[in-house]
Design a protein around this ligand. Structure first.
Ligand code: PHE
Ligand code: ZN
Length: 874
C-alpha cells in the first residue's frame, strides 16, 4: 500500500449501497499457526438498484491462493488484486464466488483479524478486521447468514467455536477434527467470530420469559475456571433486565463468552459468541476489586444488550457507530443504576465524561458523535461516540419519560429488525412513536464541541417572580474539522428545581424540565414570597459545561440541601474546583496557602451527614481529579495544581483527623469480606478516608496504610493501600510492592495493577520507575493490558507525565514508535495523550509538538497514528 493510497479519508457523504448483496456465506478454516487456509464461498446477487457487474471485495494481509466463480477458476484478466482488496470485473447477476487465502495468526500482533493469544486462536472483526480473514464485502450494511466449518488439531484445539449453533462435529485423520457452526440470523461481517484452543467452560442457563432455555457458556483458560461465576450471574441479570425494561428476549439457544488475554478493547458483541478482554470476565475477591466487579457486570451487560441494539438492528455504515454504541452505553448505564444506586452511578458517569470526553471534545480530535470523515475507523471508537452518544440518548429519555422512550424503542425494532440503519432512523422512531418533533436534535449528531450553558438569575420581589435566563454557546475549536464551525443552538433539556432559601426545602410546584431550544431564553417562576435558590441541570440533564455565578455560601447551601443528589455532589465539586484553582494560582505566584473555612465547614457537614449512603459520601468527600481541575485553568499548571490539591488533602486530614480516624475504624470493623452493595459502599468510603489519613504522612498514618495492606482479605482494600503506599517515600512502600508481586506474579490481571500503581504514583522519580519497569521481565509490548497498565496509566498521571523537562513526553513518543507498526490501534490510543498540548505553557507545548513531529516524520508510520498526529499538528 502506498502512503497516499492509505491516507485518503473516507467521507460520510460518500455512502453508496453495494453493487451486490450476499445471500449466504460458507467459510472453511484449516487452522494452522502460520498458514491457516481460509476458503469462502459467497453467494451474491446484483443489487437491483445498481447496474454494475463489477464487485469490489475488501482484503488485507491475505496471501491470495485462488478465486473461482460458479466453480470456474478465474484467470488474471477477470479480476484485479490490490493491497486493500480485489475487484471482480464482470460477474453475472447471481453467482457463487469461491476464494482461497492463507493467513498467519501467530505473527498477527495487531489483534485484528485472526490471531493467537496465549496459544489459542481468536478473531476480532470490528470494525474492519474481517477483511484480514477473507475477501469480502466487509461493510455493516451487507448482512448475511454464515455456515462455518473449522478443522483443527484435537490436541491443541479441543474446543472450536463460532457464531450460532453447532450443527455437526466429527473426527478426521492425522489427529484433527472438524466442527460446523450455523448462525440463522443474518449479520454483518464485523460480528463474525471464531475461537479455538484449549479452553474450559463454566456453564449456566437462563430461561427466557417465553419459556425457552438458553445455555450460557463462559470459556476460559483452564487455570481461570474458578473465576467465572460473577460474569455468569451478571449475564443472567442482564438478560432478565432487558426483558423487564425493554421487553427484549434473547434469540438463540446458546450464548457464549470467551475470555482472552490479548485484546485491544474491552469486549466484543459477536453474535452468540462474545469475545472479552479477560479483565472484564475473571473475578475472585482476592484478585478483583469492587470496581472490577462492577465493570465486569457493566461490560457483560453492554455486550449482551448489543444483541438487540447493534446486532439485530445494526449500522448502515461506520459513521453511524453511535447508533449502536451511544444507545447501548445508555442501556448499560440504566442497568447498573438499577442494580446499585442511580445517584452514585450518575455521578461516576458524569465524572468519567468530564475527565475523558470533555477533553477530547475541546481538542484536535473533537468530532460530532456521528463523525463526517475518518482515515482509520478504529480511531473513532471514542469517548465522544460512546459517552457523549449515551448522553444524547439520555436526553430523549429525559424528554419523553421512560414510557415514551420505550414506545420509541418498540417502534425502532418494529421498523428495523434485521436491518442496517442510520441515526436518523432512530431519531425518527423516537419522534414518530411519540408525535414529538426531534428535527433540531439532528444538530447533536452533526456538531462537535461541548456547549456552554450560561445561566443568570433575576428576582422581582414586587411580583414574587424569579427568572432564570439561559444562554448557550460553543467555545471555538482548533479549526479544520467538520462540525466545528457555524454551529447552531442545540435543544437542551434543563432539569431545574427551586429551594426555599430559608428552610432549604424543595418548592414542589416549580421542579421539572425546561427546554432551551434557541440561543437564549428566560424562564420565570411565579408565586414566590422570597428569592429561592435554584438548582440547575439536575442529574446532569444535558452534556454541557454549566456556567453560573454562585457564591461560596450558595454552593455550600446546595451541597447541604438539594434534593437532587447529583447537584449536591456537583456543588461540592464546583466549590472545590474554584478554591483549588485559586490555590494553584497563589502557589504559582509564590504566595501562602490557606484552607478555606467555608470549604472546611462544608466538608465537615458531609462527613457528619448520616442521611446519605456511604458510596455517595465517598464521592462527596473526594476532591476533583487534577485532570478535571486543569480543564478549568486558562493555562494548565500541573505542578501548582498538584501541590494545591495535596495541600488541601493534608489540611482537611489534619482538621478532621479524629473524625476521619473514627470513621475509618467504624468501617474497618466490618469483619470478613462480603460483596453485597452495602459492604461495597462501606469499602469505598473507608478507602477514601484512608487516603485522607495517608496524606498526613506521619508514622502512624503509614502504619495504618501498611496495616491495611498486610491484613486485607480482598483486593479492594489491598490495592487501595498499595496505591497509597506507592506515593510515599517509606520502606513500607518497597516491602508492599515486593510482597504484592510475589503473591500475585502468576496472575496477569493483578500484575497489571502492580504496574499501574507505580505508573500513577505522584513521586518525583516516577518517570525513572516507569522506564525501569519497561525492562521488567513481565513487561510486554504485545499485550495491550500490560502496555495500558504502564504507559497508558502513566499518561493519566498529569503531574508526572507533564514534568517540565519533557522526559514524560519523550517516554511516550518512544513507546508509540516502538509499537505502532505491530499494533496501530493501541499506539493511536496512547498518542492521543498529546492532544491537549495547546492547553499548557509554551515550553511544554513546544516539547509536545516536537515529539508529535518526531512521530509524524517516522518512516512508514501506520495510518492510525498518522491520523491522530496530523490532526494534532494542524
Ligand atoms: N463493539 C465493542 C463494544 O463497544 C467495542 C469494540 C470495538 C471491540 C472494536 C473491539 C473492536 O462493545
Ligand atoms: Zn459497544
Amino acid at each position: 500500500m502506498t502512503a497516499t493510497q492509505s491516507i485518503q479519508p473516507v467521507l460520510r457523504s460518500d455512502y453508496q449501497p453495494p453493487t451486490y448483496w450476499i445471500e449466504n456465506v460458507e467459510l472453511d478454516f484449516d487452522l494452522d499457526p502460520r498458514e491457516t487456509l481460509v476458503t469462502s464461498r459467497i453467494s451474491v446477487r446484483r443489487n437491483p438498484e445498481q447496474s454494475s457487474s463489477k464487485l469490489d471485495l475488501a482484503g488485507e494481509n491475505l496471501k491470495f491462493q485462488s478465486v473461482a466463480v460458479d466453480g470456474k477458476r478465474l484467470d488474471e484478466t477477470q479480476y484485479q488484486l490490490r493491497d486493500d482488496g480485489m475487484t471482480l470485473l464482470d460477474l453475472p447477476e447471481s453467482c457463487v464466488i469461491e476464494t482461497k487465502v492463507l493467513v498467519s495468526p501467530v505473527t498477527n500482533k495487531s489483534l485484528s483479524g485472526l490471531y493467537q493469544t496465549s496459544g489459542n486462536y481468536c478473531t476480532q472483526c470490528e470494525a474492519v478486521g474481517f477483511r484480514r480473514i477473507t475477501y469480502f464485502l466487509d461493510r455493516p450494511d451487507v448482512m448475511t447468514t454464515y455456515r462455518v466449518t473449522i478443522r483443527g488439531d484435537k490436541q491443541s484445539c479441543p474446543v472450536m467455536l463460532s457464531n450460532g449453533n453447532r450443527v455437526s462435529q466429527r473426527s478426521l485423520d492425522d489427529g484433527r477434527h472438524e466442527v460446523v457452526w450455523e448462525d440463522p440470523f443474518p449479520k454483518p461481517s464485523y460480528l463474525f467470530a471464531l475461537v479455538a484452543g484449549n479452553l474450559r467452560c463454566h456453564r449456566g442457563t437462563f430461561t427466557t420469559r417465553s419459556g425457552r432455555d438458553v445455555a450460557l457458556e463462559i470459556w476460559v483458560e483452564p487455570q481461570n475456571i474458578d473465576k467465572c461465576e460473577h460474569a455468569l450471574v451478571s449475564l443472567q441479570k442482564s438478560m432478565k433486565w432487558d426483558e423487564d425494561v425493554f421487553g427484549l428476549e434473547y434469540d438463540l439457544d446458546i450464548y457464549m463468552i470467551v475470555a482472552v488475554n490479548d485484546f485491544n478493547m474491552g469486549a466484543m458483541e459477536n453474535k452468540g459468541l462474545n469475545v472479552f478482554n479477560s479483565k472484564y470476565v475473571l473475578a475472585l475477591p482476592d484478585t478483583a476489586t469492587d470496581e472490577d466487579y462492577m465493570l465486569i457486570e457493566a461490560v457483560i451487560a453492554h455486550e449482551y444488550f448489543h444483541n438487540w441494539t447493534g446486532n439485530r438492528v445494526t449500522c448502515r455504515d461506520w459513521f453511524q457507530l453511535t447508533l449502536k454504541e451511544g444507545l447501548t452505553v445508555f442501556r448499560d448505564q440504566q442497568f447498573t443504576a438499577d442494580q446499585t444506586s442511580a445517584a452514585v452511578k450518575r455521578i461516576d458517569d458524569v465524572s468519567g465524561l468530564r475527565a475523558g470526553q470533555f477533553v477530547e471534545d475541546s481538542g484536535p480530535m473533537a468530532h460530532p458523535i456521528r463523525p463526517e470523515s475518518y482515515i482509520s475507523m478504529d480511531n473513532f471508537y471514542t469517548a465522544t461516540v460512546y459517552r457523549k452518544g449515551a448522553e444524547i440518548i439520555r436526553m430523549y429519555h429525559t424528554i419523553l419519560g421512560a414510557e415514551g422512550f420505550r414506545r420509541g424503542m418498540d417502534l425502532y425494532f418494529e421498523r428495523h429488525d434485521n436491518s442496517a440503519v442510520t441515526c436518523d432512523d432512530f431519531r425518527a422512531a423516537m419522534a414518530d412513536a411519540n408525535d414529538v418533533n426531534f428535527d433540531l436534535f439532528d444538530r447533536w449528531y452533526s456538531q462537535a464541541g461541548t456547549p456552554e450553558l450560561t445561566v443568570t438569575e433575576a428576582w422581582d420581589a414586587a411580583k414574587g417572580e424569579y427568572t432564570l435566563t439561559m444562554t448557550q454557546s460553543y467555545p471555538p475549536l482548533p479549526g479544520g474539522n467538520p462540525g466545528t464551525v457555524d454551529r447552531k443552538p442545540v435543544p437542551l433539556p434543563v432539569r431545574v428545581g427551586l429551594l426555599d432559601a430559608e428552610s432549604g426545602e424543595e418548592i414542589e410546584q416549580h421542579g421539572g424540565v425546561v427546554m432551551l431550544q434557541s440561543e437564549s431564553e428566560s424562564f420565570t417562576f411565579g408565586g414566590l414570597t422570597a428569592k429561592p435558590i435554584a438548582s440547575v441541570l439536575r442529574g446532569f440533564s444535558a452534556p454541557v459545561r454549566l456556567r453560573m455565578q454562585r457564591s461560596e455560601a450558595e454552593l455550600a447551601f446546595i451541597m447541604a440541601h438539594d434534593t437532587d443528589s447529583f447537584n449536591r455532589w456537583d456543588a461540592g465539586q464546583t466549590l472545590a474546583t474554584k478554591l483549588l484553582i485559586d490555590a494553584a494560582n497563589v502557589i504559582s505566584e509564590g504566595g501562602n496557602l490557606e484552607l478555606s473555612g467555608q470549604f472546611r465547614d462544608a466538608f465537615g457537614r458531609v462527613l457528619h451527614d448520616d442521611s446519605v449512603d456511604e458510596a455517595f459520601k465517598a464521592l462527596a468527600l473526594t476532591l476533583p481529579r487534577e485532570s478535571v481541575l486543569g480543564q478549568e485553568m486558562a493555562v494548565i499548571d500541573p505542578d501548582s495544581l498538584h501541590t494545591a490539591r495535596q495541600f488541601y488533602r493534608q489540611q482537611l486530614a489534619e482538621s478532621f483527623q479524629s473524625e476521619l480516624t473514627a470513621l475509618y475504624n467504624d468501617q474497618a470493623a466490618d469483619g470478613a469480606y462480603k460483596n453485597d452493595q452495602q459492604s461495597i459502599n462501606r469499602r469505598r468510603l473507608k478507602n477514601v478516608v484512608l487516603a485522607y489519613l495517608s496524606a498526613l504522612d506521619t508514622s502512624e498514618s503509614v502504619s495504618l496504610v501498611a496495616g491495611q495492606f498486610d491484613q486485607a482479605d480482598n483486593m479492594t482494600n489491598k490495592q487501595a493501600a498499595l496505591s497509597l503506599l506507592a506515593n510515599l517515600d517509606v520502606p513500607a512502600r518497597e516491602e508492599a510492592l515486593a510482597a504484592f508481586y510475589k503473591k500475585y506474579q502468576s496472575d496477569p490481571l493483578v500484575i497489571d495493577k502492580w504496574f499501574a500503581v507505580q505508573a500513577v504514583s505522584s513521586r518525583e522519580d516516577t518517570i525513572e520507575q516507569v522506564k525501569r519497569l519497561t525492562t521488567h521481565p513481565d513487561f510486554s509490548v504485545d499485550n495491550p493490558n500490560r502496555v495500558r497498565s504502564l504507559i497508558g496509566a502513566f499518561t493519566q498521571n498529569q503531574v508526572r507525565f507533564h514534568q517540565a523537562d519533557g522526559a514524560g513526553y519523550k517516554l511516550l513518543a518512544d513507546y508509540v514508535l516502538k509499537i505502532e507498526s505491530a499494533n496501530p490501534q493501541l499506539a493511536a490510543r496512547l498518542v492521543a495523550a498529546f492532544n491537549s498540548y495547546r492547553r499548557f505553557d509554551e515550553s511544554r507545548q513546544t516539547q509536545m509538538q516536537n515529539e508529535l513531529k518526531r512521530i509524524a516524520e517516522h518512516p512508514g508510520l501506520c495510518k492510525d497514528v498518522h491520523e491522530i498526529v496530523q490532526r494534532a499538528l494542524r
